[in-house]
Design a binder for this molecule. Structure first.
Ligand code: LIP
Length: 261
């Protein structure tokens, strides 16, 4: 039975998703335009965040806010804040690739307690509440049961545009690729984490990631029986900007390998 907060989050994600699907159809037409879809996608991203913010802050006006497009705002309630990426997988969206999501997380006393990741293009809504399990639509999720790296596939984000984490990520790939069934770079951290929770990916890691990209995914993976830690275990997974997620059998070996960098 979803809580009132989770129902509010689902309503906001679905409303923003409807707006994004309409804009996504327009983006597909813009691919051939000289100006391209850049400014249009930025407007779509901001409109989605406006919709989510209106819904969430209308229902819970005292909660704090952290949004990718509008930044941070403290709330009267210092213990609760929303962490929102209105369009995770922006570059996919811009190029007309149907792999992007709305990601909403609720944090209470520095712990993620409710999560929604909605993929409107595939009509897949991933949700979780602390202690109540993780779900894809109405189906309960469990992480994969694979026990060896060589049969497992891992997702990640490969830095682009001169991002500083490229050397470390290339070292990760050089160590990981020979020992696995493969690596996937699908361009949405939120969906990468949701797919670990669903057992589609056996693990995920990424460096240089933002709290709003992965906050909801952290709870989904944990509630599906997986493990999530910052690459630097002294840091919090949400704020570290670099994290590892995997099923219980693979986590220690996978973490050891990534932490060798
Ligand atoms: C994206 C992440 C992805 C990462 C990209 C980008 P955005 O988030 O989901 O995993 O590799 O660099 O940060 O920018 O689409 O919200």
């Amino acid at each position: 039975m979803a809580s009132a907060n989770l129902n509010i989050m689902i309503k906001a994600a679905r409303k923003a998703g409807r707006s994004l699907v309409k804009d996504f159809r327009e983006v597909e037409n813009l691919q051939v335009s000289v100006k391209g879809a850049g400014d249009f996608v930025s407007r779509a991203d901001h409109e989605a965040e406006r919709i989510i913010k209106e819904e969430l802050r209308g229902a819970r006006p005292t909660y704090g806010w952290v949004g990718e497009e509008t930044g941070s705002e403290a709330g009267e309630d210092p213990t609760r804040r929303w962490l929102v990426d209105p369009l995770d997988g922006t570059t996919n969206f811009l190029h007309g690739l149907p792999h992007w999501a709305v990601s909403i997380a609720l944090e209470h006393k520095r712990e993620i307690v409710a999560a929604v990741i909605f993929d409107p293009a595939k009509d897949e809504l991933f949700s979780a509440e602390k202690g109540d399990g993780a779900f894809l639509n109405d189906t309960r999720l469990r992480v994969s049961g694979r026990r060896t790296m060589i049969e497992s596939i891992f997702a990640t984000g490969v830095p682009f545009g001169g991002a500083r984490d490229l050397p470390a990520t290339l070292r990760d790939l050089a160590r990981l690729m020979p020992q696995t069934a493969g690596v996937r770079r699908w361009g949405s951290a939120a969906l990468d984490m949701a797919y670990v929770a669903a057992g589609r990916f056996d693990g995920y890691w990424e460096r240089g990631i933002k709290p709003w990209d992965i906050a909801a995914g952290i709870l989904l993976v944990k509630e599906a029986g997986g493990f999530v830690e910052a690459i630097d275990p002294a840091q919090s997974a949400v704020d570290s900007g670099a994290l590892i997620a995997a099923n219980a059998q693979l986590f220690d070996g996978f973490a050891r390998l990534i932490r060798e960098t």
